[in-house]
Design a protein around this ligand. Structure first.
Ligand code: BMA
Length: 363
């Protein structure tokens, strides 16, 4: 597909409906017959591949339409919509707590509402992606409780834990297969399990299992979901910051388990300074880009952001140059918590970063 704009365009949801020639369902190069012959998941893959090659980047925000800075559970709202003027092209969600049979996830998002918002996002032409901050199947402690380093091994070898994990997968499979459009067809989405495993903050992190055990965890997860009829999911692999291709690949589950190669890199205020983040993020994305191209995979910036946006021009001076240097299919910034005033990654109306965010969107 040919794109006539060389610079990055942040494609938001309405653009995906066909206003732009890149990545949208209204792509003039594709006949309706061709589109109809693709499964939903093949079509999602194709759209992401097109976005990935276009030099444009889809913008994503976690929990975008269900709460924002100082509002919660309203309908039709979104801090991104109320600042940039459009819903994000990608909405990110988390399934942590679903496996306990809870009605809402670990951040209080009702799963029924989430399901409805995924359908609304799909109807707008947007995409949804899911992470899973699941509770420990051994003792139901949260994912940041890392005292016991045997959990992954137990999922794989201990009958009782394996059974508990199979139950977790039952809940997950029921949820994924319940994502339906108005015609009752399954909606294709992205799933990004076992994220940031190169860090030491989740029980599946590098210090707490071997590379082989981590790979097996992916295998039981993906094969377990497939066995339960989940055929509407693309899988994303997303290490936290690493410094080499070898490190990126050390625990890679294998090409048969992954469609999207991602990276999570945050800009921690003061940690490394602006140039430190830009260099780290650019290096990371260059590794992702190279490996994705070699393997025929989609490249994505699966999580980033600057908490509280202390720099009013963060979107234009920091994130935009990183994406221009190394475009990928999409970028996701984390949530705007309604109950933690400083915990937000997209601006809200009246925030000093609003103007920079609009410029970023227009670019
Ligand atoms: C973290 C924070 C937490 C949240 C978790 C899962 O980065 O936002 O408050 O519970 O993600 O969404």
């Amino acid at each position: 597909m040919k794109c006539n704009r060389l610079n990055i365009a942040m494609i938001f949801a309405s653009a995906l409906l066909g206003v732009t020639s890149c990545g949208g369902r209204g792509d003039g190069n594709r006949t309706s017959g061709e589109a109809d012959s693709l499964t939903a998941v093949a079509e999602l893959r194709q759209r992401l591949e097109e976005a990935d090659k276009s030099g444009k980047v889809l913008f994503g925000h976690h929990d975008d339409p269900v709460y924002g800075h100082e509002w919660c559970a309203d309908s039709g709202r979104s801090d991104v919509l109320e600042t940039a003027g459009d819903y994000p092209a990608v909405m990110s969600w988390d399934l942590g707590g679903l496996e306990l049979g809870n009605a809402a996830n670990l951040d209080g998002v009702d799963f029924g509402r989430m399901r409805a918002e995924v359908a609304a996002q799909n109807a707008r032409g947007g995409i949804s992606t899911f992470s899973w901050h699941l509770y420990n199947p051994v003792d139901s402690s949260d994912c940041w409780t890392i005292g016991d380093s045997t959990t992954v091994a137990r999922i794989l070898t201990d009958a009782a834990t394996g059974k508990a994990f199979e139950k977790d997968l039952d809940y997950l499979a029921d949820f994924f297969t319940s994502l339906r459009d108005a015609d009752g067809e399954k909606i294709a989405v992205i799933f990004r399990p076992w994220h940031e495993h190169t860090g030491n903050w989740f029980w599946w992190g590098r210090p707490f299992c071997t590379p082989e055990q981590y790979r097996q965890l992916w295998e039981v997860t993906r094969r377990g979901l497939e066995k339960r009829g989940v055929d509407n999911v693309l899988y994303a692999y997303s290490p936290d910051r690493i410094s080499s291709e070898e490190e990126y690949m050390e625990r890679y589950p294998g090409d048969e388990y992954v469609e999207i190669l991602g990276a999570d890199v945050y800009h921690f205020n003061g940690e490394k300074g602006v140039e430190g983040y830009k260099t780290t993020a650019a290096n990371q994305l260059a590794i992702v880009r190279k490996l994705a191209d070699e393997r025929g995979k989609i490249a994505a910036f699966t999580e980033t952001g600057s908490e509280g946006l202390p720099m009013a021009d963060w979107y234009t001076s920091v994130l935009l140059p990183v994406l221009k240097a190394q475009p990928v299919s999409y970028v996701v910034v984390w949530r705007n918590a309604h109950d933690r005033p400083g915990h937000f990654y997209a601006p809200y109306p009246g925030h000093p970063a609003e103007e920079s965010f609009k410029t970023f969107y227009n670019d």
